[in-house]
Design a protein around this ligand. Sequence first.
Ligand code: NAP
Length: 249
Amino acid sequence: MDNPFSLEGKTVLVTGASSGIGRSVAIECARLGATLVLTGRNERNLHETLQSLEGGKEHQVIIADLSNEEDVNKLIMSLPPLDGLVCNAGVGKMLPVQFYSLDVLEEVFGINVFAPMLLIKLLVRKKKLKNPSSIVFTASISGYSNVAPANGIYGASKSALSAYMKYAALELAGKGIRCNAVHPGRIQTPLIENRLLSEEDVAKDVDMYPLKRYGKPEEVAHAIIYLLSDAAAWVTGTNLVIDGGRSLK
Ligand SMILES: NC(=O)c1ccc[n+]([C@@H]2O[C@H](COP(=O)([O-])OP(=O)(O)OC[C@H]3O[C@@H](n4cnc5c(N)ncnc54)[C@H](OP(=O)(O)O)[C@@H]3O)[C@@H](O)[C@H]2O)c1
């Protein structure tokens, strides 16, 4: 019997494939048979991801800053028809509410929300998403729970992304395009490591997780693979939480 979780024969575009969760998604997708298109800004890191991929497939790297319209247009033109899209690129910014500025709001919402919305607009218009195909967004539990001081811009952006996912799921279902989001808790990646939290703060934070540890990038990748695969053929418009039980508290 065929494995419904296999990605054999599928071509998947991963944004933010140069680091963290996106790199792990690419590696795990290749392991399950997919051909990958990796995108991000950092060429060296993208090539490191490329070199980690199994499978002897024709994986490729396309450098693009998703906040740059010209880069996005070039990316769209170079893409093969896609069975899967993982909208994973994202940025975080810690800022108390009284220090918000339009520049920072535009920066975070620009990458976390506007970039996937505009990318999908172009992919649909240029008929780059096959029927059937699957889009998965990397949102965050910060979008609806795990409310922490100074994380409001990021949390609001992930909440907006999750709301958009539902509208896209409804509107694109007729084209055979499924849309879903994963909501990770803290995952050990550069995004977290760069926060310079003290060991004591990290220990207190980890203690808030019923499973008593942060997540691993591949644990998010496996959930994304389920949503990309035929095993989720009747799943659209859903939010899948992967947080070691953090949002139970
Ligand atoms: N780590 C966590 O605890 C956690 C929890 C919940 C959700 N998430 C979400 O998971 C996703 C991946 O995060 P991560 O932890 O893996 O972070 P990361 O290691 O910092 O990776 C972020 C990725 O986004 C890409 N990116 C950022 N700005 C970009 C731009 N302007 N154009 C194109 N690509 C851009 C980066 O690529 P380049 O540097 O090559 O441009 C990088 O590959 C994000 O959406 C994040 O919000 C993370």
